[in-house]
Design a protein around this ligand. Structure first.
Ligand code: BJW
Ligand code: ZN
Length: 258
């Protein structure tokens, strides 16, 4: 997509003059870093049905299988680096503190991109809101214990899975599975950001999973503009001012260039 494309210039100007911007990202923003998406021909769901792996029932039925899948994903993501879209978004949030990144991703790549620009301490003030949790945290299935966790998980048997140091019940990935509520404070902060945003830039999400997919509609209803970047059309394409049918690394840096 050329830099001189009139739609690129229009949205770049819109983003430059916006008082407040919300960026909602999904798996597509990390696809060019090598992180698999969920849906589509090469998606994670191709070989695993979501209800087999991404529900609390699935974990109760077979925690070993679920941990094996998350262990495999951790390994894959550990080999991935932020791409040009993460980097452009990180630079944009650092430049403009009224920009909030809200991500459905659990891969931590937005945070890594920020840490490449700032110290860990400085980066903590511009962190993305992670709606669906993190691959690198665990929590207890029974008590409130929750902790960062990057060690490899031995999923050869149920007996080898990680256990809670407080109550000895199983630890699970601290992610949000289907049918589970999102963290209340995180969701509230995301809705507030969506209500106050002049522009909601939506990058690389199929926009079928709620409540995340409703956030751009909140911005729209409050009088703001939705802009989409996605290789494919989504349910949001019709409400977007412009829907760029191109990859995240191609378009996002163009839109956010100074
Ligand atoms: C590129 C690209 C490139 C590729 N450049 N683009 C309202 C209506 C209907 C249903 C519900 C509703 N409210 C709640 C529900 C139920 C349910 C839901 O939404 N179901 C729908 C599927 C129908 N929601 C929930 O259960 C949520 N909880 C909740 O609402 O609690 C209250 C409640 C409970 C029960 C009933 C009612 C209310 C929780 C949802 C949790 C989702 N969890 C997962 C797993 C997280 C952990 C993990 O990672 O393992 O989150 S599912 C999975 O989908 C993951 C993702 O974050 C999420 C979204 O996927 P995403 O990011 O959009 O990825 P893809 O693969 O779908 O799309 C990638 C896109 O990128 C594609 O469009 C490509 O074209 C594009 N692309 N390369 C640009 N280079
Ligand atoms: Zn516990």
């Amino acid at each position: 997509m050329p830099d001189t494309d009139p739609a690129v210039s229009e949205i770049r100007d819109l983003l430059r003059s916006a008082k407040s911007t919300l960026v909602l990202t999904g798996a597509g923003v990390s696809a060019e870093s090598g992180v698999p998406t969920f849906r589509g021909p090469d998606g994670l769901w191709k070989n695993h049905r979501p209800e087999q792996l991404a529900t609390a029932d699935a974990f109760r039925a077979d925690p070993r299988l679920v941990w094996e899948w998350y262990g495999w994903r951790r390994q894959r993501v550990a080999a991935c680096r932020p791409n040009a879209a993460h980097e452009a978004l990180a630079r944009f949030t650092v430049r403009d503190s009224s920009t909030q990144i809200v991500t459905q991703n659990v891969d931590g790549l937005h945070e890594l991109a920020l840490q490449d620009l700032l110290s860990v301490e400085e980066a903590s003030t511009a962190l993305p809101l992670e709606l669906h949790g993190s691959l690198y945290r665990v929590r207890c299935v029974a008590c409130r214990f929750r902790v960062g966790h990057r060690d490899p998980v031995d999923a050869t048997s149920e007996a080898s899975l990680p256990r809670c140091p407080e109550c000895d019940n199983l630890l699970r990935p601290d992610v949000v599975w289907f049918g589970e509520s999102l963290d209340e404070k995180t969701l509230e902060a995301a809705i507030t950001a969506a209500e106050g945003a002049d522009v909601c830039l939506v990058v690389g999400t199929s926009a079928v999973v709620h409540p995340a997919a409703s956030l751009p509609l909140v911005t729209r209803q409050a009088g703001g503009v939705v802009v989409e970047v996605n290789l494919e059309p989504t349910p949001l394409s019709d409400v977007a001012r412009v829907s760029f049918r191109a990859s995240a690394t191609e378009v996002v840096p163009l839109l956010l260039a100074l």
